[in-house]
Design a binder for this molecule. Structure first.
Ligand SMILES: *Cc1c(COP(=O)(O)O)cnc(C)c1O
Length: 370
């Protein structure tokens, strides 16, 4: 087969193109390119979908994380715990906000933050004179993190939980929807995420009113009563109206797409026998931003699949503690699972429009190599 897409945004666009054209034209006609009515419409829609009380759209997943940390208020003496096996923005936001990231290893079966290692990292941070303040579990590949245990540990240590749900909008945890997993939750609307726009975008979710005014202020240059009164140092963190209009159209099909992703994931799980699959604990529904398996000899597997026209990706080849700008924050801790995953992880084509015939071909070719 030729040209199998890794993520098929074209197929999705074919389904909604007419509605998109209308929605975009409406924004063009309105002239309200910044903070047009689609922004509050989208925020209400996201709140309704997730069950979170307050939703604030913003310019990216990275700015969503950064806004959360600014609203909490952190400084260099505050330790913010992040997993080592994640996209760099999780740790980056901590440094941008002026706090100290403390890296935590992940679990071998779920690839998610290891609550036991979090406990050790908290003790290590305290021993170094740091104040444990925030933990940012990541819903890697769309799977909700271990919020039960991490939430309990956070409570015992008086820490705030920010859910990095950038890959997981649409996921469910025992009836609770993404956006409600932490004290604050950050998501991304980067095009390849489960709910993506056609540019950069993100949102912050919370039930806690005390953060709302701060988030709104930091989002627009630390504004006070109006945008030309500036009472704190903020950012330009707004979402574009045109992206909100696009997201409103995509929200109509999100639930259906999440269901379709479950079907694709199940077929991979049942079809590929000789690889390690990400374990999905009972009661959790992944948004399946990625379908990832562990293989030996990854470079060879990837090259052979490429020859067959099957694209694959490696998320992530370098864990946070080995990134050049971050090595000093690894301190003297070890991250054996993150190291192992970065060597063996391989993500396969995953999107709601992956047809059975194409997927069977992928499964057959992968099985030949394992
Ligand atoms: C994509 C992503 C982000 C950042 O989102 P952007 O919208 O690209 O800024 C943060 N954390 C994780 C885990 C992500 O996957």
């Amino acid at each position: 087969m030729n040209n199998i897409p890794f993520i098929d945004l074209k197929a999705q666009q074919a389904v909604i193109r007419t509605k998109l054209d209308t929605a975009i034209a409406k924004v063009l006609d309105s002239g309200m390119y910044i903070m047009g009515s689609e922004i509050s419409e989208l925020e209400a829609r996201l709140a309704d979908f997730s069950g979170a009380k307050y939703v604030l759209s913003c310019s990216s997943g990275t700015s969503a994380l950064y806004l959360c940390l600014m609203a909490i208020g952190v400084n260099k003496n505050d330790a913010v715990f992040v997993p080592s096996f994640t996209f760099i923005a999780t740790a980056e936001s901590v440094l941008l906000a002026g706090a100290t990231p403390v890296v935590v290893d992940v679990k071998e079966d779920t690839f998610l933050m290891d609550a036991d290692d979090l406990q050790k990292a908290i003790a290590d941070a305290k021993a170094k004179g740091l104040n444990p303040k925030v933990v940012i579990p990541v819903d890697l590949f769309g799977l909700p993190a271990d919020y039960d245990r991490i939430g309990k540990i956070a409570k015992e240590n008086n820490m705030v939980v920010i859910s990095d749900n950038c890959q997981g909008y649409g996921s469910v945890m025992r009836g609770k929807k993404a956006g409600t997993f932490g004290d604050l939750s950050a998501t991304s609307f980067f095009p390849a995420k489960p709910l993506g726009c056609y540019g950069d975008g993100g949102a912050v979710f919370t039930d806690n009113e005390k953060y709302v005014e701060l988030l709104k202020s930091y989002r627009v240059h630390g504004m006070g009563a109006d945008r030309y009164e500036n009472v704190r140092i903020g950012i330009n963190g707004r979402l574009d109206t045109i992206q909100a209009a696009i997201l409103l159209v995509k929200m109509d099909i999100l639930a259906d797409e999440i269901n379709k992703r479950q079907v694709v994931a199940k077929r991979y799980r049942e079809g590929i026998k000789n690889a390690v699959h990400q374990r999905i604990p009972d009661g959790l529904t992944s948004a399946w931003a990625q379908y990832s398996i562990l293989v030996d000899n990854r470079d060879n597997v990837q090259a052979q699949l490429k020859k067959q026209g099957i694209p694959t990706m490696v998320y992530y080849p370098i864990p946070v503690h080995k990134q050049k700008a971050y090595v000093s924050y690894a301190q003297d801790r070890a991250f054996p699972v993150s190291d192992m995953l970065s060597q063996r992880i391989l993500s396969l084509p995953m999107h709601p429009y992956l047809d059975e015939k194409t997927q069977d071909f992928i499964i057959t070719e992968v099985n030949k190599l394992l």
